[in-house]
Design a protein around this ligand. Structure first.
Ligand code: NAD
Length: 244
């Protein structure tokens, strides 16, 4: 039987690669996207070519209303949601002393509140079916902290606490909640890094390179699958061995 995954922030990067990987594995795929209609349409076409049922829903995860609507529209198109991947996120690089409260709030509103709203929208149905998986995309910086990314690191650390606590709460209802904390991945989020900064990050990584979105997608697929049926409340960090 086909299962359905709903992935937020899926028009590009890790979300896009994950949508394609799940489709290759026979899943029905709901993609949430923020503003990029053309990219979302292109992804839906690519998913259709893989022979999967897919739908794209536009919305801002920072809005509770949008999150509820995106989940409802996905269910209408594809049936109940078996797996939610809270992938949508934004970064902010600045000294803490140059990070104003508005920037701090924006990071938390998208990265943390976004996961809250989408989780709140899918959970009641998962609880009544006594089945479901929630995967949160944190970051290695949420584990160890990054200089000049205090707000980002704090928001990603919040997702780790959210994962661990929720896993305890909903485990008895048959729902698994896990988190990934990727190292440096070659996506648009790091597009602003210059050549030297990328080389330095690659050098700090024992596998001597940045990771790919496809490598992260494999980890998400594993955690969503029955192969991970006894894994909950965990943080898995695909990071090329980066320990900082
Ligand atoms: P990306 O910038 O390509 O993707 C982020 C996605 O989130 C985009 O599709 C964007 O449209 C979407 N998004 C942003 N704000 C949104 C909002 N308010 N509502 C809905 N969607 C919104 O970067 P990525 O690397 O693919 O990032 C995916 C996730 O992985 C993010 O949560 C990011 O923090 C996390 N991550 C990335 C790296 C990395 O090095 N690239 C490392 C660790 C974790």
């Amino acid at each position: 039987m086909h299962k359905t995954v709903f992935i937020t922030g899926a028009s590009r990067g890790i979300g896009r690669a994950t949508a394609l990987r799940f489709a290759m594995d026979g899943w029905r795929v709901g993609i949430g996207y923020h503003t990029s209609d053309a990219e979302a349409r292109a992804l839906i076409a690519a998913l259709a070519e893989l022979g999967t049922m897919a739908t794209a829903v536009r919305g801002d995860v920072a809005s509770a209303e949008d999150a509820v609507r995106m989940v409802q529209e996905t269910r209408t198109a594809l049936g109940h949601i078996d797996v939610l991947i809270n992938n949508a996120g934004i970064a902010h690089t600045a000294l803490f002393t140059d990070t104003d409260y508005a920037a701090w709030r924006r990071l938390f509103t998208v990265n943390v509140d976004g996961a809250y709203h989408c989780t709140e929208a899918v959970l009641p149905d998962m609880i009544s079916r006594r089945s479901g998986v929630i995967l949160n995309v944190s970051s290695i910086w949420g584990l160890v902290g990054a200089s000049c990314e205090v707000a980002y690191s704090a928001s990603k650390a919040a997702l780790i606490g959210f994962t661990k606590a929720l896993a305890k709460e909903v485990g008895p209802s048959g729902i698994r909640v896990n988190c990934i904390a990727p190292g440096v991945i070659d996506t648009d989020m790091n597009a602003a890094l210059n050549h030297e900064a990328r080389a330095e990050l690659a050098e700090q990584t024992p596998l001597c390179r940045l990771g790919s979105a496809e490598e992260v997608a494999e980890v998400l697929l594993f955690l969503a699958s029955d192969a991970a049926s006894f894994i909950t409340g965990q943080v898995l960090s695909p990071n090329g061995g980066l320990v900082v």
